[in-house]
Ligand binder design. Structure first.
Ligand code: MG
Length: 375
């Protein structure tokens, strides 16, 4: 079996309602996915996280090195792709391109062997994963706090047992919003906060102290990702566990986060950090430090099912008879591409998603819809 061709697509859908977070606003969704076609007719799908147009061009740049190779040789192909861009891509968008192709190769490998990716990775430690709702972004209404509480209440009614909300509007606003949401949902629901690296060290520490009694599961990206020493100091002074990793790349980057003792939760994005092949290696590193992995999961159903397969293979840390639930991020903001690009439904039953056992990623892509929204 050989790789015959690789087609990256940028998909685009406008949003009905803009929303924003601590860095910028969203009025449109653009996602780069990739289709890898083999000479025997097997097709694999992958996705790259990041600016979609640039990811597409990066895939076009890399793909000529890969066409003609045996898609089952994922380590060899990964190495060839990385060596080709190594000198100028030790982090960033080229790695999203590599990730996209790598995820598609694992999809092909699963379809070839008629096994889900989780089995190829070594098996599922769990039959079900607990999704946490990512939402509670900002709007410019005067009723933001009220709106956040209403949205959070909706997630609880849908059966979510964990919710992540945005912070980064300034310490006082954040305190007001987090307290209001916590009071609305009570203390039996996990609550996490995400600043998308909006804060300085002093601000992050102050916010962490002020929210000490809110029983938060984690404080995500309090600081800019390049300030490893600040992360380390914050983690040592904050009672709220620290989470980060969606802006980190490769095992080498994560080694720095781990060696400097920066985080309690490691959040690589499988579609950016180097793909499933690299995410497995990053997980091996984190296991040596006892740090839990909860991948950052964004984009379409392709990225989501890559994460489902990957997370089910995560060894629970620490080992015990009754482990904590494995968690997966489920973005709840408006995203027609996520809802429509795959024909599979993401079904939540009693607060959990069952592991799917279909070959590869276990998805069916709707190419009619895809062709309608190519940008
Ligand atoms: Mg985040």
């Amino acid at each position: 079996m050989k790789i015959k061709d690789i087609f990256p697509y940028v998909l685009s859908e406008d949003l009905e309602k803009e929303f924003f977070f601590s860095q910028w606003e969203y009025s449109n969704r653009k996602i780069c996915i990739v289709k890898v076609v083999c000479d025997n007719g097997i097709i694999g799908w992958g996705e790259g996280y990041g600016p979609a147009d640039v990811v597409r061009e990066s895939i076009n740049y890399i793909k000529t090195n890969v066409i003609g190779m045996n898609p089952l040789q994922t380590d060899l192909i990964w190495s060839k792709m990385f060596r080709r861009v190594h000198d100028y891509a030790r982090s960033g968008v080229f790695l999203s391109a590599i990730s996209a192709i790598d995820v598609a190769l694992w999809d092909i490998k699963g379809k070839f062997h008629n096994l889900p990716i989780s089995t190829l990775l070594g098996g599922s430690f769990t039959e079900k994963i607990r999704p946490y709702a990512t939402g509670l972004y900002f709007d410019d209404s005067k009723n933001l706090t009220k709106n956040l509480c209403k949205e959070a209440e909706g997630y609880v009614k849908e059966g979510f047992k964990s919710i992540k909300m945005k912070v980064g509007l300034g310490i006082e606003n954040d305190i007001k919003n987090v307290q209001a949401v916590r009071n609305t949902i009570g203390y039996n629901i996990d609550l996490m906060i995400d600043a998308n690296h909006a804060y300085s060290f002093d601000e992050a520490l102050k916010l962490s102290k002020k929210l000490d009694d809110m029983d938060l599961k984690w404080f995500e990206e309090p600081l800019s990702p390049e300030f490893y020493d600040q992360y380390s100091e914050l983690k040592s002074k904050s009672n709220i566990p620290i989470a980060a990793g969606e802006c980190e790349y490769l095992r080498y980057g994560f080694q720095k986060l781990l060696d400097k003792n920066c985080i309690d939760f490691l959040q690589m994005d499988i579609c950016a950090c180097g793909g499933i092949t690299e995410a497995k290696k990053i997980t091996a590193l984190s296991s040596t430090k006892g740090v839990k992995v909860v991948p950052h999961t964004w984009g379409s159903g392709i990225a989501f099912f890559a994460a489902i397969n990957f997370i089910s293979n995560l060894e629970p840390i620490p080992g015990r008879m009754y482990s904590d639930d494995a968690l997966i991020e489920l973005d709840r903001t408006e995203n027609k591409i996520r809802e429509n690009i795959i024909k599979n439904n993401i079904t939540i039953k009693n607060g959990y998603i069952s592991i799917n056992k279909n070959p590869g990623l276990g998805i069916e892509v709707d190419e009619t819809y895809l062709n309608k929204i190519i940008s």
